[in-house]
Design a protein around this ligand. Structure first.
Ligand code: NDP
Length: 282
């Protein structure tokens, strides 16, 4: 496609934005859907965020993704937030509405849609490792999908308590923070176990401090890590007979949701996953 034919632009803003798998995935999906759209990766410093969002408006961008460190800071520049983004207090996806942008968070939605390919979350007991941005997004969406409970296992007490309070007080599900000192023993009645920490990113040998003997074959075990997608954690879970979900599913599905929000067209998730696998050389 020539530059003259570009109809619409979306972008990803973060700092630094080095080698963005989302750009590769989205541009493939645009081409596969026959859309003359572009997905730009733009490095924006915190000082320039307001000007960058104003620039997106002025240049008629349809929307964009925001990564670290802009997920919270972008909020004052938006006209409104979705329910999930408001609860999480973080935005990773925006789309144009009239003269402004609406803030959404597709990370948790992407996770839940990957999970739903395996199991319905309603009524399930969840154990989640981590309480950072990805964990918050996933836990809130799981709460909105009416899971029975989410135990938040995290080292840092402030972040752990904050997330469990959010879940019990604002999302309305049972939740408690469990301190993570040493090796964690999974509760026998856990249905869904999720690694939402950064342990395993770019390190296939990294090990989550969880006793592998505490996995039960009835558990569904998911990891947010997408590079490499097959982690030690998933390997141990599979060895124990658990069904597993890798982080590529979440990444593809959040991309599918963003694509649909911006274009109103359903993309081909197979094309998107293939593009990611090619990019990550899996
Ligand atoms: P944050 O920095 O916000 O949170 C990181 C979390 O990991 C914190 O809870 C932190 O615990 C925990 N953690 C890190 N190292 C350790 C350790 N050695 N032991 C115990 N806990 C640890 O990151 P994000 O939540 O934004 O991202 C987490 C991961 O999810 C990243 O690798 C990111 O790439 C991935 N991700 C994947 C997506 C996908 O689509 N698959 C989408 C979004 C993110 P503490 O609070 O105690 O410091």
């Amino acid at each position: 496609m020539s530059n003259e034919s570009i109809q619409e632009i979306v972008c990803c803003m973060g700092q630094p934005v080095a080698g963005n798998p989302s750009q590769f995935m989205m541009e493939r999906a645009f081409a596969a859907a026959g859309l003359d759209w572009r997905y730009l990766t733009l490095e924006v410093s915190p000082d320039n965020l307001a000007a960058a969002v104003a620039g997106m408006k002025a240049m008629g961008f349809r929307g964009g993704n925001f990564t670290i460190p802009h997920k919270v800071a972008v909020i004052p520049h938006l006209k409104r937030l979705s329910e999930a983004a408001e609860l999480m207090g973080a935005v990773n996806c925006i789309y144009r509405e009239g003269d402004g942008f609406v803030g959404e968070n597709t990370d948790g939605k992407g996770f839940v849609s990957a999970l739903k390919e395996v199991v319905e979350p309603e009524g399930k007991k969840v154990v989640m490792f981590g309480a950072g941005g990805a964990a918050r997004a996933i836990a809130v969406e799981l709460g909105l999908s009416k899971v029975a409970s989410v135990d938040v296992v995290n080292r840092d007490a402030g972040r752990g308590r904050d997330l469990s309070n959010l879940l019990s007080q604002r999302v309305g599900i049972e939740s408690k923070w469990i301190p993570w000192n040493g090796t964690h023993q999974l509760a026998e009645d856990a249905d869904i176990v999720i690694n939402a920490t950064s342990i395993g990113m770019c390190d296939s040998t990294a090990k989550l401090p969880v006793d592998p003997d505490s996995f039960r074959d009835s558990m569904i075990v998911a990891d947010v890590i997408f590079n490499p997608p097959w982690t030690q954690f998933l390997q141990e879970a599979q060895d124990a007979g658990c069904r597993t979900i890798d982080g590529l599913g979440m990444l593809v599905n959040q991309g599918v949701i963003g694509f649909k929000i911006w274009t109103d067209v359903d993309p081909d998730p197979g094309v998107m996953r293939e593009a990611l696998e090619e990019y990550l050389q899996i």
